[in-house]
Design a protein around this ligand. Structure first.
Ligand code: ARG
Length: 592
């Protein structure tokens, strides 16, 4: 379905051309004076310079040409005002027609991409054997939303969790395990039999082993050296350590899956850094053969600086002097694998913004070496830190790293006590509702901020039913659901698309104007990898609905045609709101 802006611009382009001016001046934007008009065209200003005329003369001539009278007119009012703006109001009949068009489409007026792309979204990034903590929360929430948007627009989107499963934490756990249970067969070098299927630890134990080992390594250099050696041995394929590694993966991934599922986050690929290992050797050889990688102080590096750089971009380290590979090595080799498996048209990495330099280097090597085609977009969506009210990175009350499941539990119980204040719900329903509302509070609290910005995690604000919050959006949806339920109780039926009539009040038109922006809002948000733009839109739409609701008798409207039209309009509003929160990764309860 054409965007509402396209309809307006088509008409204005024609008017500019009819007046003998170039069509490129016909750009339409949202009005910055909503008291005067709904949209505006500022093109006469620029045209005035090119044609050496007064802007107001051009604006007036163009306005004159625009149809506001016929049945098919897009505009109901067009006004040229000083110094040369063209103020626009949409025709109520045209708008109503547009609403009907939206309601008739499964995707509410959104068109799928004409050239669907294969897109890798690399998000999650949890580190195996360490509990999922708030540092990984943003990646999961933002990445999931981007994945959903891309898919909704018809792209082939592949979400990869890209686990940190190959680093020093593995060596630390292996050596800690040796200290605790030296008799395990994995540590008996003369052992040649099969390794046990049962892991030598539970998830609970594993989560205790890692922090203990990590603390020990800070105090005991000999232990740290052992852990490094064990890590290297693991990476070289030493069978007993591979066996332990498989246990760690097995136990840990099951737990991670459960945690991500609680967040409504789902990955297509559960790959990790370890999967890149088989590609590393050939890739490094290729970098050497192409003359890109060279030795510098024993290490292997690739220069990536460019003349146009405004800040220094140091060479990318590919291999350390002891032969160990690095974070960049595994990310590059992962790209080799992804190219081989999927030929992506686009890459999107959702990672802490402090890793920006790393990705800049990796992307440059990938392009320079021809691993990725020069024109394939590689997007680094770096997110800021989630801070506590003290402005410092979010911690538990005791000052430790907050585990995700505890954070979710805290939010849910805060929502639950708010719901139970009115005590109209049974405990069980209240708990289910609290889980839904809590997730919305958490996700919306995050997504409504521009990703790159740090934000303050403020439970009280996030769970408020008023203001720019997830619960406010849900509340709006629940409000519509309850009107529709009442309508059904009174014998009404929602089946079939209702005739939506031209609006008769300002708030009704305001609601339609917001609804009409839907396709543009979603396409824009995805093109700019900016979920906060969906939040902005859904907030404005909720406000528009609530204004309409407060001043309109919907079910009590006596004129049947008008009442049915209202039902059609609020049904459409509900569908658009629900589609938006689906893109944000949460859902609405029946009641709140
Ligand atoms: N595991 C990493 C971390 O915790 C994040 C991984 C991000 N993705 C990537 N392809 N490097 O910092």
């Amino acid at each position: 379905m054409n965007k509402i802006l396209d309809y307006m611009e088509d008409a204005i382009r024609k008017a500019f051309a009819d007046c003998g001016y170039e069509e490129k001046y016909a750009k339409v934007v949202l009005s910055n004076r909503p008291d005067l008009c709904e949209y505006q065209c500022n093109g006469a200003m620029a045209a005035a310079k090119a044609y050496k005329k007064k802007p107001i003369d051009i604006a007036s001539a163009v306005a004159e040409k625009l149809d506001t009278q016929s049945e098919k007119s897009v505009f109901s009012e067009v006004q040229a005002v000083m110094p040369g703006f063209i103020n626009l109001k949409l025709s109520p009949a045209f708008l109503a027609e547009y609403m009907m068009g939206m309601a008739a489409g499964e995707k509410l007026g959104i068109e799928e991409a004409k050239k669907p792309e294969t897109i890798i979204v690399d998000y999650g990034g949890a580190n195996v054997a360490k509990p999922l903590h708030v540092g990984h929360l943003r990646a999961a929430i933002i990445g999931e939303s981007i994945k959903r948007m891309g898919r909704f627009l018809g792209h082939h989107v592949i979400g990869d969790v890209h686990l940190g499963d190959w680093g020093l934490q593995m060596g630390l756990i292996i050596e800690e395990l040796r200290d605790r249970q030296p008799d395990l067969v994995y540590f008996d070098e003369s052992y040649t039999g099969e390794y046990p299927e049962e892991p030598p630890f539970t998830i609970g134990e594993l989560e205790e082993i890692y922090p203990a080992a990590s603390a020990k390594s800070k105090e005991d250099p000999a232990f740290l050296a052992r852990a490094h050696e064990a890590t290297l041995k693991l990476q070289k394929g030493y069978p007993p350590f591979r066996a332990i590694w498989r246990h760690i993966m097995h136990v840990s991934v099951a737990d991670l899956k459960k945690n991500y599922a609680n967040l409504n986050v789902e990955f297509d690929l559960w790959k990790g850094e370890s999967d890149a290992e088989p590609y590393i050797e050939d890739m490094i050889q290729m970098l050497i053969d192409k003359g890109l990688a060279y030795e510098s102080q024993g290490a292997l590096v690739v220069d990536v600086a460019q003349e146009t750089d405004s800040k220094e971009i140091p060479p990318c380290l590919i291999r350390k002097s002891d032969g160990a590979s690095l974070y960049a090595t595994s990310d590059l080799a992962t790209i080799v694998e992804r190219e081989q498996d999927f030929h992506p048209d686009r890459y999107i990495y959702v990672v802490d913004k402090r890793q920006g330099m790393h990705f800049e280097q990796v992307f440059r090597v990938a392009k320079k070496a021809g691993i990725v085609k020069e024109d394939t977009p590689m997007i680094f969506l770096g997110f800021g830190t989630m801070n506590g009210k003290d402005g410092k990175p979010f911690k538990t009350r005791e000052g430790g790293v907050m585990r995700l499941e505890n954070l979710i539990r805290d939010i849910d119980s805060a929502v639950l006590s708010r719901i139970m204040e009115n005590r109209t719900m049974k405990q069980e329903e209240a708990e289910e509702t609290a889980a839904k509302v809590g997730l919305a509070a958490l996700k919306y609290g995050d997504l409504s901020n521009q990703a790159a910005k740090d934000y303050v995690f403020d439970v009280d604000r996030f769970i408020s039913f008023e203001g720019n919050t997830g619960p406010y959006i849900l509340y709006t949806i629940v409000r519509i659901k309850s009107i529709l339920a009442k309508y059904r109780e009174q014998g009404g039926s929602e089946e079939g698309t209702k005739a939506i009539l031209p609006p008769v009040s300002g708030t009704e038109k305001g609601l339609m104007l917001q609804l009409a922006r839907y396709n543009e809002a979603v396409e824009n948000a995805f093109a700019e990898t900016a979920p906060h733009k969906i939040c902005q839109y859904v907030y404005e739409l909720s406000n528009a609905f609530n204004s309409f609701y407060h001043e309109t008798k919907i079910l009590a409207e006596e004129d049947e045609g008008r009442r049915e039209s209202y039902i059609g309009l609020i049904t459409l509003t509900r569908r658009v709101l629900e589609a938006c929160i689906e893109l944000l990764g949460f859902e609405a309860p029946e009641r709140m």
